[in-house]
Design a binder for this molecule. Structure first.
Ligand code: GAP
Length: 485
């Protein structure tokens, strides 16, 4: 897509998000704060649905993954052990003339604060050498602001899983291979937040740490480690087997995650797998696959799936002095498990879903005039509102009464939006923009005015095809539940 076209599209998506209450700039009445975003009524529902779908598929529908909900602020030693204190930084350059601070690798792209219309490359001020700028937000714990009381807002949820590994293992009675997952806030003082919510300073992650036997243990136990067949790599998706080493488990999680994205409505064609090169890999990683999504502003990372070896547990064992070893009864061996980590961002995914769902179509209105219909074609599973319920006319109490009764009947099971104001066509359009997959209209046929055979039926409108079918009120709930599941 040409750059100006994709910028335009992104602008229209951002504007819809604001107009319809998906996303607002944080603290907007004070001019906003760069890199922080709030989710409005529809955005909050969308995010909840994303997190719930992830949680359900990651733990509730599996026997081998359990959940955790840990604190955002942890003992600062956690971040020394994990390497974040020393290495979680971007190289920064200061300009001595304009006093701007820039990421060394992005210096040509960033506007100079003194001359915002100009690129910093044009600001000829003398630059400092690149210096490391740590991305963790700092705070102090307790009433005294001192270095001893220094703490950090977590830059990832993963470390809490590693430091609670033993507690979870002992209380959940899981056996390796098994996983611990967590959803929660993470904070990074990003130097250049950008692309709407894509790179924010406060965001949410959904992370799984899946603990596996080291390959040497499998080798000893079974004589060999199952190889991933390059001719049939999807063979790993057939139920996990005890002889899988890290390569098979890694491939398995890449496939699982891709399938999950498809299950919530991101077409496979909008996703790409990117295998990091040896030079790009973090020093502890054996392999990392990024799942990329084709955003209007470029194909960018949605999730990283890393084979982290035993790096994190070993570091915490070393720094805390507490054993992170696991006794494997079957293998009769003690070892520090290795880890496969699928790590996704909720906000990035919500943005990908919005971009993927955003559609403009030319349609005819009731009078046959052409108009542009903006519709968010969300998968029903993640749509913020599942069904709109409308009386055809609001000044006919018998229609309103039936519509309210239907709303109350559906509401315990689905998120329902009741709307009686304006022409029915406009109400449909409003729900199209909100991404509501189904609309139920109570009309005179419902009351039996067109004959007894249509009494107690309603029209059910499909958002994407705009087709309307007649459905018995008694059949509505099971029908909708079937379509939404
Ligand atoms: N524990 C591994 C880890 O945190 P990461 O690649 O730094 O890995 C994982 O982050 C995911 O978190 C990313 O793929 C992205 O979806 C999300 N993420 C990271 N930084 C983000 C930011 N500044 N804004 C929004 N999402 C972010």
């Amino acid at each position: 897509m040409a750059e100006s076209k994709s910028n335009e599209l992104m602008e229209r998506i951002v504007s819809l998000c604001k107009r319809r209450g998906f996303v607002f700039p944080s603290s907007e009445v004070y001019g906003g704060i760069n890199g922080f975003w709030d989710y409005g009524p529809l955005g909050a529902e969308l995010k909840r649905n994303v997190k719930e779908a992830w949680w359900r598929s990651m733990t509730q529908q599996r026997d081998d993954v359990v959940g955790l909900d840990a604190t955002i602020i942890m003992h600062p030693a956690v971040w020394r052990a994990s390497g974040h204190v020393d290495t979680f930084s971007d190289p920064m350059i200061d300009c001595k003339t304009c006093k701007g601070r820039f990421r060394a690798d992005q210096i040509a792209e960033i506007p100079c604060p003194q001359k915002p219309s100009k690129c910093v490359a044009e600001c000829h001020g003398e630059k400092t050498e690149a210096r490391a700028f740590n991305l963790m937000f700092r705070t102090t714990v307790g009433p005294v602001e001192s270095e001893e009381n220094l703490a950090y807002l977590r830059p990832e949820t993963a470390q809490a899983i590693f430091v609670q590994f033993k507690n979870v293992l002992e209380t959940s009675r899981q056996k390796v291979p098994f996983g611990i997952c967590q959803v929660g806030k993470a904070f990074r003082n990003e130097v250049t937040p950008r692309n709407f919510t894509f790179r924010s300073r406060e965001f949410e992650q959904m992370e799984l740490e899946f603990f596996i036997r080291p390959d040497e243990v499998i080798q000893k136990l079974a004589g060999q480690v199952a190889a991933v067949d390059p001719a049939d790599p999807l063979a790993v998706l057939r139920a996990p087997v005890a002889t899988w080493g890290w390569e098979a488990w890694h491939k398995y999680w890449v496939e699982e995650r891709l399938r999950w994205y498809e299950s919530i409505g991101l077409p496979r064609t909008s996703l790409e797998e990117y295998w990091q090169t040896r030079e790009e890999l973090a020093h502890y990683a054996k392999a990392t696959v990024d799942i990329l999504f084709k955003f209007p502003f470029g194909t960018q990372e949605l999730e990283g799936i890393a084979a982290r070896g035993d790096f994190d547990l070993s570091q915490h064992q070393k720094h805390s002095g507490k054993s992170m070893e696991y006794f494997d009864e079957e293998a009769k061996a003690k070892y520090i498990p290795h880890v496969i980590e699928p790590s996704a961002g909720v906000d990035r995914l919500a943005l990908a879903l919005l971009c993927s769902a955003y559609t403009e179509e030319e349609v005819a209105d009731e009078k046959g005039r052409k108009e542009t219909r903006v519709v968010l074609k969300f998968h029903p599973r993640i749509a913020p509102v599942k069904v709109g319920v409308f009386p055809l006319l609001k000044n006919r109490p018998e229609l309103v009464e039936r519509a309210l009764a239907i709303r109350d009947r559906l509401r315990p099971h689905l998120s329902v939006f009741y709307d009686e104001s304006g022409a029915i066509g406009r109400r449909y359009r409003r729900q199209d923009e909100a991404g509501t997959p189904f609309g139920v209209t109570v009309d005179f046929e419902t009351l039996g005015e067109a004959g007894p055979e249509l009494r107690d039926t309603v029209t059910l409108r499909d958002r994407d095809t705009m087709q309307q079918t007649r459905v018995r009120i008694d059949d509505l709930l099971p029908l909708l539940l079937e379509k939404i599941r």
